[in-house]
Design a protein around this ligand. Sequence first.
Ligand SMILES: Nc1ncnc2c1ncn2[C@@H]1O[C@H](COP(=O)(O)OP(=O)(O)OP(=O)(O)O)[C@@H](O)[C@H]1O
Ligand SMILES: [Mg+2]
Length: 277
Amino acid sequence: MPGENLARSRQEEEDEDDSTTDLSPSRASTHPSASLTVPFSVIAQGAEAVLYRTTMFDGQAVVIKERFRKQYRLPELDEQLTRTRMTAEARATAKAWRLSGVHVPALYLVDWQRRWLVFEYIEGPTLRTWLEGEGSERRARIPEAAAPVLRQVGEAVSTLHAADWIHGDLTSSNVLIRRSGSNDGWGEDAHELQAVLIDLGLAFCSSSCNEHHVEDKAVDLYVLERAFRSAHATHADAYTAIVWQAYAQHSRPQDARAVQKRLELVRQRGRKRTMVG
Ligand SMILES: Nc1ncnc2c1ncn2[C@@H]1O[C@H](COP(=O)(O)OP(=O)(O)OP(=O)(O)O)[C@@H](O)[C@H]1O
Ligand SMILES: [Mg+2]
């Protein structure tokens, strides 16, 4: 299994030196399981998971998200935490998949033993990369040009919240952009692009019977606002305003008002924390 082999070698590397893992896309290999020979490559590694691109099901491009073991954690706790995260991500992705207007990758397979979630591969950049602009002289995308995509994000989050789901880690790296129309560029006509939410491992359900449900929604939006500020300083406020406007227009007015009020409190708390460090 690619995951098992790499997880083992990664663990050995981790034991020697935390910073030595080679993640270059050229580190492609073959699928050693059964008689199949399937090329796969590492596309990303975070603190908890490594993601591979490969093919399954008669050539369908997929992403394997493997949550690797953390040697420093007690094995039972590691197992438990991994299960919780995998369950949350699988459940929230499946839920979001059924919501009209919310795009997430299809979830194809859950393999508890290998700690795998297997998703549809989404061809396209992250929102973060896309907002940073293209080419050698990269210029941040101006808000007007990015608006159709940012509006989709606001509407998708509003739909998710209306169904009582909180994403839990809304950043511009956790949104992928794919082409939905016939154009073959990434910039010119943002109307033909589709925002796809990913990384729902911290997602949770927060219904109106939960006294914190408005707070949860406000914090979800605040996390995105902070992510814009740290990754896209030049246009962060304008990007945030577009997302918020779409969110508010798409939500029931009383819900939008409640979240807006709470968001202001969350921002105040955030500012205080920033001032005291
Ligand atoms: N379905 C997908 N199709 C294409 N690329 C993907 C897909 N899912 C993830 N990726 C790529 O892998 C990167 C990391 O994925 P993801 O955000 O799910 O993991 P992570 O941030 O490491 O996870 P976690 O925060 O749960 O540890 C994404 O930013 C994206 O570039
Ligand atoms: Mg992520």
